[in-house]
Design a protein around this ligand. Structure first.
Ligand SMILES: Cc1cc2nc3c(=O)[nH]c(=O)nc-3n(C[C@H](O)[C@H](O)[C@H](O)COP(=O)(O)O)c2cc1C
Length: 189
């Protein structure tokens, strides 16, 4: 399975890092990572990791300015793309077909090839422009998966919240995982 993972400059760089970490542990998954300039900045601001630490968790790393990268072409077969976290600017670029960088181009390719695109938008509150962009993409079959904590699994820490969410993203990718504490799987329900 070939998965494109994009980290953009919305708050929540740790979400992208956690997804890459989980995918990196799987044998039959190949990841193609792209990070926007502001994604690099949020990694620096919000995590203790250096860019290289994040890059090391991927199989292939592509420069966001490289519109000649493999993932910029529909002839390069990938299975899906996850933009995690996704800024409102990148969301807007995708919903308007404005492919001025590798992330928006790769997403455009995923859409034209009718492959799976998962967007983890990060902004609050959302204005009408954000909502319209999300709705437009949702109508095209894009999975919109905002980072919202679940409480029914009684999380005890931020780690629990992150694990559960990343597990749910893996669910959307059709990847078996033990990160999700599933409703109905314990004796109380
Ligand atoms: C620390 C930090 C947090 C940010 N958080 C968000 C956010 O949650 N959502 C968002 O849409 N933009 C956020 N921004 C603004 C984006 O980084 C900015 O719009 C940028 O142009 C996005 O570019 P990109 O999509 O190419 O990464 C944040 C910026 C910084 C520095």
């Amino acid at each position: 399975m070939k998965i494109v993972v994009a980290i953009t400059g919305a708050s929540g760089a740790i979400l992208g890092v956690r997804l890459l970490t989980a995918l990196n542990e799987l044998e039959n998954v190949e990841t193609h990572l792209v990070i926007s300039d502001w994604g690099k900045k949020t990694i620096e601001i919000e995590t203790d990791l250096a860019l290289e630490d994040v890059v090391k968790k991927s199989h292939y790393y592509h420069d966001n300015k490289n519109l000649g990268a493999s993932i910029a072409s529909g002839s390069f077969k990938t299975d899906c793309m996850v933009i995690i976290p996704c800024s409102m600017k990148t969301l807007s670029g995708i919903s308007h077909g404005y492919s001025n960088c590798l992330i928006t181009r790769a997403a455009d390719v995923i859409l034209k090839e009718r492959r799976k695109l998962i967007i983890v938008p990060r902004e609050t509150p959302l204005n009408t422009i954000h909502l319209e962009n999300l709705l437009k993409l949702s109508k095209m079959g894009v999975e919109i998966a905002p980072f919202l904590p679940a409480f029914y699994n009684s999380p005890k820490s931020l780690d629990d919240v992150l694990d559960h969410f990343i597990g749910r993203v893996l669910d959307q990718l059709g990847i078996e995982n033990k990160l999700v504490k599933r409703w109905g799987e314990n004796q109380n329900n």
